[in-house]
Design a binder for this molecule. Structure first.
Ligand SMILES: NC(=O)c1ccc[n+]([C@@H]2O[C@H](COP(=O)([O-])OP(=O)(O)OC[C@H]3O[C@@H](n4cnc5c(N)ncnc54)[C@H](O)[C@@H]3O)[C@@H](O)[C@H]2O)c1
Length: 435
């Protein structure tokens, strides 16, 4: 996310230095190339601002900060094994800039943080290292990054930018900075904590909403109705915004940020239960598969789609990983395919690589992403196939050969092709996050 921001800021006239600890990333940027292949417009943007002399990269954070007016930090804060925030990257990034902090500098955190960290954890760390006082000598603010991979430049043009400082002067300076680099609306918030909480509230809302959709999907299976039809019907009421059920929520945002909230407020029961509900979807899918096949021992199974969602080469928190692990635990022989991953990546996910278009003896397919490619499956290559478990309800409309049974998430074999508008699939009435 840092690189598209650098391009955006450079295009608005700022002289940008990109700092990264990875020398290969730095070398690529200094050669005018993007190390991120999939983001539309990014390669062209990097080439453009590099050629214009507005973008350079370095591993020397302190030197870069010494010559800067504004610093934006967007290194990850992940979770440790106990689901507590893992600050290792952010702490070291903050320490690495501390030697360059000077009077008049504005430091902005864009990484999603637990509420209170900008003021309580990072500003004091910078003060201690620099001997300067935040809000009087230098300025510290939080402004959440809310962009969606694959649509970053489009989002930058339209998403309102939330900004909150640890004091009024920090907030004002950070808002002025964003005003100079974004065409979208700038929303000055009362404090850093309000801006931090807004990001966690937005993403946790989506996790909770998806958990409700998953609960509804289980009930739909019980009563034999199609959850997609139910959701489309419910969402035709303007106040209903039910998201999509699925085999689980992946990526390093939606399944992670509720834990940043729970790390500070473990008593928020709805948040905690929703996380557990969404994580249990893999187990639910495996139970369904087991029941349909009469057991999984030695059953050859193909998992389609390992990245956390189609079109984004990112395995972080992908539900494909527990899916493969648990299928194997139940005795299945697991193969996998993902158009964005090579054989080595698939090996690392503990599955046998399958090559698209090969004949194979799979008895079951589980889709973990909604890649459109799956609609082009050539069933003549899979003569032993008995079951498709449609983990994203994206195959409701496809023709299946006789003898291949279907199960979706809250969509049953005999409901999948029945819809309210005569077309299988989701009507595009409202945008709804699904994972
Ligand atoms: N990717 C998304 O879809 C997305 C969306 C919205 C917000 N965000 C926010 O952005 C943060 C970063 O996400 P990302 O996708 O850009 O992560 P990423 O892993 O793609 O990139 C992080 C970069 O930081 C570098 N890095 C690590 N430690 C460093 C240090 N001490 N100093 C300098 N560089 C260091 C890494 O080498 C890497 O190049 C997330 O934690 C999240 O809060 C991401």
């Amino acid at each position: 996310m840092g690189l598209p921001l650098a391009v955006q800021f450079a295009r608005h006239g700022w002289q940008m230095t990109a700092v990264d600890i990875n020398p290969e990333v730095v070398a690529e940027i200094n050669a005018g190339r993007s190390h991120v292949a999939e983001e539309p417009g990014l390669a062209e943007g990097v080439a453009e601002v590099h050629a214009a002399g507005r973008l350079a990269a370095t591993t020397d954070a302190a030197a870069a900060v010494r010559g800067a007016d504004v610093v934006v930090l967007i290194v990850p804060v992940m979770l440790d094994d106990a689901q507590q925030p893992d600050y290792r990257y952010m702490d070291s990034a903050v320490d690495s800039i501390a030697g360059g902090v000077h009077r008049g500098l504005t430091v902005i955190f864009e990484t999603t943080l637990p509420v209170g960290d900008t003021r309580g954890r990072f500003a004091p760390r910078l003060e201690a290292a620099s001997g300067l006082k935040a809000e009087t000598d230098f300025f510290v603010a939080f402004s959440p990054e809310r962009l969606y991979s694959g649509a970053v430049f489009a989002n930058l043009a339209t998403y309102p930018k939330l900004v909150g400082g640890i004091g009024p002067e920090s907030g004002r300076r950070a808002a002025n900075f964003y005003d100079s680099v974004l065409d979208a609306e700038i929303v000055a918030m009362s404090c850093a904590e309000a801006a931090e909480f807004s990001k966690i509230a937005d993403t946790t809302y989506r996790d909770v909403n998806i958990a409700l959709a998953n609960d509804f999907a289980r009930y739909a299976d019980r009563v034999g109705v199609d959850i997609q039809e139910v959701i489309d019907g419910a969402n035709s009421q303007p106040y209903s915004h039910i998201h999509q059920p699925g085999i689980g929520v992946g990526g390093h945002c939606i399944p992670v940020y509720p834990h940043l909230l729970l790390s500070r407020a473990p008593d928020l029961e709805v948040v905690a239960i929703s996380r557990r509900t969404n994580d249990a979807q893999v187990g639910y899918a495996i139970k369904t598969l087991e029941a349909m096949l009469g057991g999984l021992d030695d059953v050859p199974v193909l998992v389609l789609g390992l990245t956390y969602r189609d079109g984004v080469k990112e395995l972080a928190y992908s539900r494909a990983l527990p899916l493969i692990e648990r299928l194997s635990f139940h005795g299945a022989q697991v193969s996998a395919y993902d158009p964005l991953l090579g054989d080595e990546d698939i090996d690392r996910c503990c599955a046998t690589p399958y090559h698209w278009g090969e004949a194979a003896s799979f008895r079951a397919i589980v889709t973990q992403t909604a890649d459109k490619l799956w609609t082009k499956l050539d069933f003549s290559l899979l003569p032993n196939l008995e079951v498709i478990l449609d983990g994203r309800n994206s195959l409701r409309a496809i023709e299946l050969p006789a003898g291949v049974r279907y199960a979706g998430i809250g969509v049953q074999a005999d409901t999948r092709r029945r819809t309210t508008n005569g077309q299988a699939g989701r009507p595009a009435a409202k945008p709804a996050a699904s994972r």
